[in-house]
Structure formats: C-alpha cells, structure tokens
Design a protein around this ligand. Structure first.
Ligand code: TSX
Ligand code: MN
Length: 600
C-alpha cells in the first residue's frame, strides 16, 4: 500500500494487510493522506495490544494522566485545550446541494465551498503526525439496523474514545468490506484554534469533515456527526428514525419487559433516567430497570409493525458533574475502572473529582491548577468515557441484532410552570406535535437569561441533519396501515411550587410514572381526557412510599386551560418559523387543540 502512494514523505503504513481488499476505502485513505501529509498511517484493529500501545504513548507525552491505580485502575485524566471544551453549534454546518434541504434549523454552506474551505485547512495538517484509520460499526456488529463508518484522525485520544464508544476495528472492517458502504469522516485537531474550527456534514455524500477541535461531539465522529446528523438524513431516505433518545427496559415482577425511548433537551438527566434504580418498594416487588442506551436510538418498523430500536453506541460519554451515588449509582459504579475522564478535577491522592460527587475537597482543577474555591474544580461539561458493559444495569438485550420493541416514546423538558408531571398524546399525529413543541427553560447563566423557554423539537435542534419541516413529515409518515406504533407521552420532572422548590422527587421515583405509562400501553391504567391529552389523576399513579405535599398533589396533575391557550398559540408561531414545508397535518393538529381549548 505504501508503494502505491505518491507521497513526498517516506510514509510508514502499519497493519497494511487489513486493508488489502478494500478498494474504495483504500483509495479514500490514500487521497486523504495525500491531502494531509501524515508521517505514518496506522489502521486501527481495535485490539488490546493496540490500545495498550496508544496509552503508553499518550502517558509519555502527557495526553493521558494515570489516575490513582488503587481506586481507579486502568483509568486516565485527559485535559483538553481550555478553549476546546464543548460542541460548537455556530461552527457546525449541514452542506446539502439545496439550502432549503438543510432548513432553518441548520447552518448551511454549499458543498463545493465547504469542501474547498475544509481542504485548505486540512492541507498538510498531519505533517509530523500519525494518521489513524478507524473502521467502526454503530450498533451490534451483526444487526441489520447497524451502520458502519471510518474515521480518519490525527488524535490518539480520539482513537481511545472511539474504541470505547463504538465497535471499532477488524470486525467493522470486515462488515465494510461486505457492504461496500460506509460514512467517511475526516478529522484533525489542527492547531485547536477556535478561529480555524469547523464541523461540516455532507449528508448526500455520507461524509463528515471536522477540523480544529479534539472534543467530544466535534471529534468522536461516530456519535453526533454520524449517528445523528448523517444518520437522520439516511434514515429519512430509508424509512427509519435516528433519534436523540435514551432506551430503557422496565421489567415487572412477572418478568415482562417493556422498552421505552425518551428524548430530553440537555440538563434533564437523560443518563440518570437510562440507569434508574427502582424505589425500595418496587425493588422488593421484583421490578428492574435495564439500560439499553443513554443518548442515541435508531429505530424502524419490524415485520409485526412494531418499532424496533438499537443503541448505535457501545459506551457512555457522560457529563461528570452531578453524577453521584445519590443521582446515579449505576453510572458511578461503571466508572470505577477502565474509564477515561476529560476535564475533571483531582483529589490530592489522584482520584477524579467533580462538583456534586461527594463532600471531599479537590486539590487540582480541570486546567491542572491548584483548586481555587471561587471556580469549579471540574469543567461543567467534563466527561467520562466508559464501556456500556461496565454498567450494572446494562441490558442483556442491548446487543441483540433485531433490537428491542418500543412500547412508549417519551418527550420531556424542564418546565417550572404549566406543564404537568405526565400526559399521554391521543394518537401518533398528536404525539409528533408534542415532540415538535418540546423545550426546556434555560439553566446555565453562562448563555444568557435563566428560565427562558427554548424549543428543541424531539431534542434534535442541534442534531437533525435536514429541514425540520421535512423531519416532522417523516415522523408522521410512520402512521400507516399495519403499524403498531408506540404510545407517546410527555413528562416534566421539574415543576416548581410557589416557594421555588421542585414538587416531584424525581430520580428513582420516576418509575411510578413509567409504570403508569406501561399501564396505559396495556390498557389497565386510568386517565382523564383533556384537550392536551390524557392526564392521570394522583390516584392513577401508585404513590405508596412517597409523600407529596398538598400543593404537589394539586399542581402536578392539573390541566391549566388558560395557560395552555397561550402555550398552543406560541406553538403556532414556532411552527411558522419552518415555513410552507411544515406538514398540514401538524398545523391542523395544532389548530384542533387550540379550538378545543377555546371551546372549554
Ligand atoms: O436526572 C434527574 N432526574 C431524572 C432521573 C432519573 N435530575 C437531575 C437533573 C440534572 C441533570 C433531576 N433533578 C430530576 C430527575 O428526575 N429531578 C430533579 C429535580 C430535583 C432535584 C433535587 C431533589 C428533587 C428533585 N432533591 C430532593 O428533593 C432532596
Ligand atoms: Mn446527547
């Protein structure tokens, strides 16, 4: 292979035998090497020895710092560049040939312009570095719902994370060889200069080009770039859904399991819900909650008309701050070994630490400086990367090729007022409207006013790789003869009382709400019809073992007609932002509810 490359470098190519039959892939890798001019090309096989070698090298150059090996064996801290700590939506583009196909929900650039811009940045950017070629599979390796990709990167940190987050290496390469189709992802950290940073998606070419960031969703291209933005586009063409959803299984004492997929905007505790531990009383009765995924769900109708879902990921890239033995014992148990931490603080004896973990005092902050009481020890977006297999609640069905059947889809948001604890959409069309209308009130003062409602349809605002109007139409299209669609619900764990305190205890107690949903699916639970959907009364949900204040009992299950009139009117304006392409059925559904609210 090295001999075929017309390169001015004396290029070393490692693991060449692996790529021998893969003409299209080889050609692309060689083209990218010609563009970026690496000193070496390493084809990743995903082996333990390869990982060990990479770690050795990253320990030597300071990319990874070993943590306390007694408390956290095989675990490391990585400190990113302090200006490279999060996704960059303003630098993220969807480059379709027609601007309208990207929609008002995406930044757009013409594909030719975007390629020219990116190729200028990539030119020669890997000189003196190693180019890693990462074949990966999103989803169980033998699943018809899974899809493959190849990421080219000059970051060994990205390789180590991709090995945890995806099925990476030889098996993925074999599948690519069989299928001949894969998503092409080119990534370079460049100079980590925020002025020279872009994340470009070319859905029509199944291609991603990402330059100038080494962080999370910007750099681990299998996750947000592939499994959401490119996959959502591909899913529309092929008749499935790529969603920003957790997947969990609820097993009742009879041993029957219902699977639920749920979408929430950020800071609503998706990972916590995915790993929920039932309340004491439920545990005694034999209830169990199984984790299938905490971030992304790919689903499609099966032969029986039901939706079947897989988690395309193999690990968790979770937010560290707030993760504790109280908020998420399963996550905490998962990250005691074989974990990569990014931008957390350290205790004096080299253990990872973040705000909300426990009441120990940190010694060193995420930048590597002595801890200063005026600033957080961990960056608010600091992360752990860990294999899902380390999670005590990891579902035995999570690796099943056919996926799990979805009984309910849940949308949610952080709403201090108006929105009740839970309601059920009357049908699929109404459910799609509920998803399109969802949103959260802002929490972090960093990005402006706190408590401002931001709409985030299906929690996909930063991740839908095409026009939201077309996306709503695609969702509606699943309602056809023979379909056995999941019931759709909306939840709000964050309703506040007059004193500003949360009215619902949340966390494990949320299982009571999931149990009611399953009762609705099975036809055993009661509800009251209202114009916004079916609401439980407090008696319809099992509450033994939890004490709710009188205010909570009143407010959490209350339908506020006047308040909802204003909400539904504002929704009309929001749908209008997506123009004529918004499906009539969705506008009519909004109109129907508005009319019913006025009629009351
Ligand atoms: O993750 C959360 N969930 C879902 C859990 C399965 N959080 C944390 C959100 C930040 C990421 C929650 N916070 C939840 C919740 O259901 N509810 C709340 C609000 C809340 C916060 C603290 C208390 C109660 C509710 N504490 C006490 O009442 C002691
Ligand atoms: Mn996410």
């Amino acid at each position: 292979m090295a001999a075929q490359l017309d390169s001015p470098n004396s290029l070393e190519v490692e693991n060449t035998a692996m790529g021998s039959q893969l003409d299209a892939l080889n050609q692309w890798v060689m083209d990218m090497a010609r563009l970026t001019q690496p000193d070496r090309i390493h084809w990743c096989d995903g082996s333990d020895s390869e990982f060990a070698e990479l770690v050795k090298q990253m320990e030597a150059d300071g990319t990874l710092l070993p943590l306390n090996s007694e408390t956290h064996p095989n675990s490391w801290l990585h400190r990113s560049h302090p200006d490279d700590v999060a996704r960059v939506e303003h630098l993220t583009f969807v480059c379709t040939s027609e601007r309208e196909d990207a929609g008002p929900n995406n930044h757009w650039m013409a594909p030719a312009d975007a390629h020219a811009k990116m190729d200028a940045l990539f030119a020669g950017c890997m000189r003196g570095r190693t180019m890693y070629v990462i074949p990966y599979c999103m989803g169980p390796i033998d699943s018809p719902l899974a899809r493959c990709g190849v990421e080219i990167t000059d970051s060994p940190y990205v390789v180590a994370n991709m090995r945890i987050m995806t099925r990476m290496g030889a098996a993925a390469l074999a599948r690519i060889e069989r299928e001949k189709q894969f998503v092409r992802g080119l990534h370079s950290i460049g100079e980590l200069d925020p002025e020279r940073r872009f994340i470009m998606h070319f859905p029509e070419e199944l291609t991603i080009k990402s330059f100038g960031s080494g962080y999370g969703g910007n750099a681990l291209l299998g996750k947000k770039c592939h499994a959401l933005r490119i996959a959502s586009h591909q899913a529309r063409k092929e008749g499935w859904l790529a969603e920003h959803m957790l997947i969990l299984g609820v097993e009742n004492p009879k041993g029957e399991t219902h699977y639920i997929a749920a979408a929430f905007p950020s800071a609503c505790g998706k990972t916590n819900l995915a790993m929920l531990i039932p309340p004491e009383g439920y545990r005694r009765e034999g209830w169990k909650v199984w984790t299938v995924g905490d971030d992304i769900c790919w689903m499609r109708p099966g032969a029986d008309g039901r939706m079947y879902a897989i988690n395309p990921e193999a690990g968790f890239f979770g937010v560290a701050p707030g993760t504790s033995a109280k908020s998420n014992p399963n996550a905490l148990a998962s990250i005691q070994h074989d974990t990569i931490f990014t931008n957390v603080g350290l205790t004096e004896d080299g253990q990872p630490w973040w705000e909300g973990l426990d009441d120990r005092k940190p010694a060193i902050d995420w930048r590597g400086n002595a801890y200063d009481f005026n600033a957080p020890a961990a960056h608010p977006n600091s992360r752990f990367t860990v294999s899902a297999r380390q999670c005590p609640s990891w579902s035995p069905k999570a690796e099943d090729a056919q996926g799990v059947p979805i009984s309910a889809i849940v949308f949610g948001g952080r709403r201090a007022s108006l929105v009740p604890l839970v309601f059920e959409a009357r049908d699929w069309t109404h459910g799609v409207l509920v998803g399109a209308a969802m949103g959260s009130e802002t929490t972090a003062a960093a990005t402006g006013a706190v408590g401002v409602m931001r709409r985030d349809p299906m929690a996909m605002k930063p991740f839908c790789g095409y026009n939201f109007a077309d996306y709503f139409a695609h969702w509606l299209s699943f309602d056809k003869p023979g379909a056995q669609l999941p019931k759709v619900f909306h939840v709000n764990w964050f309703r506040k009382g007059d004193d500003g305190k949360f009215l619902w205890p949340g966390f494990g107690e949320n299982l009571r709400v999931l149990e009611w949903m399953i009762g609705r699916v099975e036809g055993s639970a009661s509800a009251t019809e209202t114009p916004i959907g079916a609401l439980p009364k407090v008696e319809d949900i099992r509450m033994e073992g939890v004490t709710l204040s009188d205010e909570a009992r009143r407010v959490l299950f209350h339908f506020d007609r006047a308040g909802w009139q204003a909400e539904i009117d504002s929704l009309e304006g929001f749908l209008g932002e997506f123009g004529d392409r918004v499906p009539d059925a969705l506008k009519q559904e909004q109109g129907r509810i508005a009319k019913e609210l006025r009629a009351g």
